[in-house]
Design a protein around this ligand. Structure first.
Ligand code: SF4
Length: 705
């Protein structure tokens, strides 16, 4: 690779979980191009990816120097301050008074160092991530069904499927390149069913759009299981040979969804549409069900995921070409964070705290004698603990929880009263950095070096092609330096990201004789040159596979899972409707989500004028009948309110909405539109299994503004 001449550097897009390969140039200003050799995108980029060069090299708005309590500082002093705050809090209040809140934007190497420092050395289990907000329900569903957090298939399956079911996914906007692949693979006889309360851009691909009542997905999929059983649509041989718990799951399904008519009534769908979906599913061996935030962001998110997986297990459609459940992950490295243990309920390398032998295995590998006593607080609970004063030092990296977490006014309050808030970021002013006591300038895309893992388990390199500006440092360097100040330097003596990656891969293989699926043994001895040249590879990567490995395209194809008895688990699902129900005071259901051209809280994408042309301001999609009922005018402002919370947006007439339901975008932060922050309206209600917030079903009153 030539990182200084005119040749492009092969790297990976830092936005969504598709994980597209990008060819970028060392001047930072030359337009980027899609990498034809990358298996995820084969040369394609969406408009966000194609605008990446417009977000690099911007010294305006960058955090360029450490800042301690409002004053520019030297690194030495800033690192001392961080170390002292942690040390003092541990001494006075115990290790559990310290928390780390990470991000799917971090590279796997950064995540690994954070997890090791927190759980192995400071001994706090309170490590969680903004990935909690996007895919933790899918993680929990995978673990319950398969015994591990595993997406069994690959992107190619979405093209091979003869029936593509997209549940709670506006892939056309949220995973644009994957959607382009689905569209391009259309052929005679290929059918698409979109399950979404809204008619979105993705619905244009649909042969059947099921605009179901929000929150009733488990009823629809329980009904499918029940219907398959009644109509002879089960693969009984597969169930008998490879699964457990089927009878209980079927009994629950029959109780929750006894007939097509009952499903239609509960889901507010036409019975013939429900029957058509069920018949297509039964008839089509090559069926993939892609699911995303419409499934995950719910108090029943884990159950919804398992209801989908149940239908696939019942028909023997897991891990086969063109067949399987497929979780579409939101962020560029949500998967990589999961791999190192970046969720509060996991320990490291896909091992949970209660996985047999995990604590001693990890402690032995890290040489620490013991690890934190976990699990720790999940995201929403973590900030509640900050609010209570139980957590007194929080280190936030590469994310903006003062905008992105539900009930963000309370999150701001929590941070304002926290004795020490440390924030590492590449942006100087966000709603969260403005509340920091210590600000640490971190490297951004193009400046940092490491790996990310996309939705199909594919590990790709993000490569550095720009110099670090001013005093900016990579996250792994910042954390390792703090570890040194805390007296743990020997265990964090990394010289480069390759050192960390090798250690991460070795931990995945440590005392792993095949009982744990996550295994990067084949990458544990990569040379620096091998790491630099690493081609995109799907895990697991077994011993002897090396950098040229194809990895593991599909898992569980042989019907052997990673539960104790190698059988997949059906999960009995009962109906649990959304917690935030409408009332006379709050008659509208509020759905929140992404728009096509913005990313998260807009701290980067808002710097690109062309990305603002798609939607330039906060808005609210309202059905025409609701506009009449609530005296709203198109193009005028409307206010959504709930208690003290409110959101103001411009009204868009949207027959695509169901009556009584509105949609608002999640992106605007207080810097761009102080009254257009969606999380000022959303409540902190979470799935009891996954801890994922119910972001798809809020409630509010709506009035002209
Ligand atoms: Fe980046 Fe996702 Fe667009 Fe690919 S689809 S270019 S990963 S934002």
């Amino acid at each position: 690779l030539n990182t200084t001449g005119p040749d492009p550097v092969h790297t990976t897009c830092p936005y969504c979980g598709v994980g597209c390969g990008v060819m970028a140039y060392s001047d930072g200003g030359t337009p980027v191009a899609g990498d034809k050799d990358h298996p995820a995108n084969k040369g394609r980029l969406c408009v966000k990816g194609a605008s990446l060069h417009e977000t690099t090299g911007q010294e305006d708005g960058r955090l360029l120097f450490p800042i301690v309590r409002g004053r520019r500082s030297e690194w030495e002093q800033a690192l001392d301050e961080v170390a002292y705050a942690i040390q003092d809090s541990v001494k006075t209040h115990g290790p559990q008074s310290v928390a780390f809140y990470l991000s799917g934007q971090l590279l796997t190497e950064d995540y690994y160092v954070a997890n090791k420092l927190a759980k192995g050395f400071i001994r706090t289990p309170h490590v969680d991530t903004n990935s909690r907000l996007c895919m933790s329900s899918a993680v929990a569903a995978h673990k319950r069904a398969f015994g591990a957090d595993v997406v069994p298939g690959c992107y190619e399956d979405l093209e091979l499927a003869d029936l593509l079911v997209l549940a709670g996914s506006n892939a056309a906007w949220a995973h644009p390149v994957l959607y382009q692949r689905m569209k391009a693979s259309a052929r005679d006889g290929r059918r698409v069913v979109v399950i979404d309360p809204r008619r979105t851009a993705t619905s244009e691909l649909a042969d059947l759009h099921l605009a179901l009542r929000p929150g009733t997905d488990t009823v629809l999929f329980n009904g499918l299981l029940s219907w398959l059983a009644d109509q002879g649509g089960l693969d009984q041989a597969y169930i008998d040979a490879h699964c457990q718990g089927f009878d209980n799951a079927l009994a629950s399904a029959r109780a929750a969804a006894p007939s097509v008519e009952s499903v239609a009534e509960q889901c507010d769908l036409a019975p013939e549409d429900v029957e058509t979906f069920y018949a297509w599913f039964a008839q089509t061996p090559r069926t993939v069900t892609g699911f995303s935030q419409g499934i995950n962001q719910s108090i029943a998110g884990t159950d919804k995921g398992n209801a989908i997986i149940n239908s696939h297990l019942a028909t023997g459609r897991v891990g086969k070409p063109g067949a399987g459940p497929f979780s579409l992950t939101g962020q560029p490295n949500a998967m990589g964070g999961r791999e190192v243990g970046g969720l509060a309920n996991t320990l490291a390398a896909h091992m949970d705290y209660d996985s047999p032998g995990a604590r001693s295995r990890v402690a032995d590998f890290w040489g620490t004698g013991a690890v934190a006593d976990g699990p720790g607080y999940k995201a929403v609970d973590m900030f509640e603990a900050v609010h209570r004063g139980d957590i007194r030092v929080i280190w936030i990296m590469g994310t903006n929880p003062a905008v992105s977490l539900p009930d963000s006014a309370r999150v701001r309050e929590a941070l304002a009263r926290c004795p020490t808030v440390i924030v590492s970021d590449c942006v100087a002013h966000t709603d969260t950095t403005d509340l920091a006591d210590i600000l640490l300038p971190a490297a951004g895309w193009g400046e940092k070096d490491g790996t990310v893992t996309n939705s199909e388990r594919r590990i790709s390199r993000q490569r550095c092609f720009l110099p670090l500006p001013a005093e900016v440092k990579p996250d792994w360097w910042i954390m390792s330096s703090v570890a040194g100040k805390l007296g743990f330097g020997e265990a964090f003596n990394y010289k480069r990201p390759a050192d960390i990656f090798r250690e991460h891969a070795a931990l995945s293989a440590h005392e792993n004789n095949g009982e744990r699926l996550f295994n990067l043994a084949g990458l544990a001895n990569l040379s620096d040159a091998g790491y630099e040249a690493l081609i995109p590879v799907q895990w697991p990567v077994m011993e002897g596979a090396g950098v040229e490995a194809e990895g593991s395209t599909r898992l569980f194809s042989d019907g052997r899972f990673v539960t104790d008895n190698q059988r997949a688990r059906f999960v009995a699902i009962n109906t649990r409707l959304p917690a935030q129900q409408t009332s006379d005071d709050y008659p509208m259901v509020v759905n929140t989500g992404r728009i096509r051209d913005q990313w998260h809280t807009m701290t980067r994408t808002a710097n690109t004028p062309r990305l603002l042309t798609h939607r330039s301001e906060p808005y609210v999609d309202v059905h025409p009948d609701d506009m009449v009922a609530h005296q709203l005018k198109e193009g005028h402002l409307a206010r959504l309110s709930l208690g003290d919370g409110g959101y103001v947006g411009r009204v868009r007439k949207s027959p695509e909405q169901r009556r009584g339901e509105v949609f608002i975008p999640i992106h605007w932060n207080r810097q761009f539109a102080s009254s257009g922050v969606a999380t000022l309206l959303t409540e902190s209600v979470t799935d009891p299994v996954s801890g994922q917030p119910e972001a798809k079903h809020g409630r509010a009153d709506i009035t002209p503004f």
